[in-house]
Design a protein around this ligand. Structure first.
Ligand code: 16Z
Length: 449
């Protein structure tokens, strides 16, 4: 082990109640909203090929023209309660909201820059109504914050000269001030999701970032901080030079999911996902592969089966409304969650060997295992392998707990559970109530003939 001053300060998962709640959320909503939603991936009739929230980096438009979008920010259809109810009805337990993306535009009236909602035609704070609306709807709020800030004169990609270093010192103070300001103005926020920390300038700030993280945790005990905030003194990010996770959860799963439990190294993590291939901010063009609700439900199940949370992104339009396609998907996912969320909320990695029919989840501290079925075997038999000392007490469809499913022991601790596929092509859940095996190894189901 390398002696580290600014590496991870924790081994293993946090066990406090705030983190336990986060761990059990299962499904979250991401909101990317800001000035980039006004052009929506288009400028002077030409489509930008990248992600819409990065349009400022496009050579096709002068930076000053983009920065002047502040004078067009007037989201007359913004309705925080509507956004919160869409998330609640989808079955999300928390939301991650962009307070400031890379363009530096602040959705809150920050004292430390004029590039905020306060100096737009809208004038009013956006973050407060959002935090209050989601809180009222019972969802926890996580604040997304981009360290990289293209609007701040002190931002540097690297620090090469004395002038760079002086400018960046000012930028570091500004960044600290904004983070303390956010935690002070929105004390209900449960955590932070960091972005824009890959450039050398920030990677070189191991000590500063470590001290700032400590200051934020002192100000807001229980705060949940992602692994993307800081690098250790050797420039290692997410995992320090001893391969220990920095922060409280791994933020590395962006538009991709882990494939096996080995990929997550026993840590908490979230997967953040776009509905189109790669658009976080609103893009007028709703093109390419748009994920279906079945796909998104499967990603949610896969994430929870591997001990993580799935956070689905919505990109509200410049006027503050949410596009119909996103509302429709949220409601389809919500319809499924209303029936099946017992297999998602407060569930964790089951430790069972993955089978072809779908994903196992396990209710934390309970002897309940869920089979979330996506691929119905033509045999109608769902294979389950259990650890030696575990038996099946009962097995039934989540939607029909009074009808026991037939269980056949194929050989010791390997079973087929027989269930009729549901009528419509929608994922469904088989529940296993498990119990410790009696010492006579007796089980209350038929042996293979
Ligand atoms: C350099 O490639 C990047 C950098 C940042 C991103 C940003 C996106 O704009 C969005 O905010 C996503 C969560 N984040 C990683 C995406 C790709």
């Amino acid at each position: 082990r390398i002696k580290l001053k600014h590496g991870s300060h924790r081994e293993g998962k946090r066990t406090d109640s705030v983190m336990q709640k986060w761990r059990g959320n299962g499904l979250g909503q991401f909101i990317h909203w800001g000035l980039y939603a006004i052009p929506g991936g288009e400028w002077n009739g030409k489509q930008y090929n990248g992600a819409a929230e990065w349009i400022r980096s496009w050579n096709g438009i002068p930076k000053s023209a983009y920065d002047s979008l502040i004078y067009k920010f007037n989201p007359i259809n913004f309705n925080a309660d509507e956004w919160a109810s869409i998330a609640k009805n989808m079955g999300a337990k928390y939301v991650t909201i962009t307070t400031k993306h890379h363009d530096g535009f602040c959705l809150w009236p920050s004292k430390y820059t004029s590039y905020t909602v306060a100096n737009s035609p809208w004038k009013k704070d956006i973050m407060k109504p959002l935090v209050d609306a989601y809180d009222k709807a019972g969802l926890d709020v996580i604040l997304y914050f981009s360290i990289m800030d293209w609007n701040h004169p002190g931002w540097r990609y690297d620090i090469k000269t004395k002038a760079d270093s002086i400018a960046f010192e000012g930028f570091k103070k500004f960044t600290r001030n904004q983070l303390i300001e956010l935690l002070t103005m929105y004390p209900k926020a449960k955590g932070l999701w960091f972005d824009g920390t890959w450039d050398k300038s920030w990677v070189k700030q191991a000590k500063f970032a470590d001290e700032l993280e400590a200051e934020m945790r002192k100000l807001r005990p229980g705060l949940i901080i992602g692994s993307r905030f800081r690098a250790d003194e050797y420039g290692k990010r997410h995992f320090d030079s001893n391969n220990v996770l920095m922060g409280d959860y791994e933020q590395g799963w962006e538009r991709k999911l882990p494939n096996s439990i080995a990929d997550v190294h026993g840590n908490d993590w979230d997967c953040v996902m776009t509905i189109p291939e790669n658009q976080w901010g609103y893009n007028k063009a709703w093109k390419g592969h748009i994920k279906s609700s079945n796909e998104l439900i499967e990603m949610t199940a896969k994430a929870v089966s591997l001990g993580g949370n799935f956070v689905l992104n919505f990109g509200p339009k410049g006027d503050g409304s949410i596009r119909d396609e996103e509302k429709k998907l949220a409601s389809e996912i919500g319809d499924w969650m209303k029936v099946n969320s017992e297999a998602i909320y407060n569930c964790e990695y089951s430790g069972l060997e993955k089978q072809d029919w779908g994903y196992f989840t396990k209710k934390r501290e309970k002897d309940k295992v869920y089979l979330i079925i996506f691929n119905t075997p033509v045999s109608g038999a769902y294979r389950v392998k259990l650890p030696a000392k575990t038996a099946i007490a009962k097995s039934y469809l989540l939607t029909n707990p009074n009808m026991d499913l037939r269980v056949e022991e194929v050989h010791s601790n390997e079973y087929f559970i027989y269930a009729k596929p549901t009528t419509e092509a929608k994922p469904f859940v088989i529940v296993l109530d498990t119990k410790k095996k009696e010492n006579n190894g007796g089980n209350n189901y038929e042996k293979a003939k």
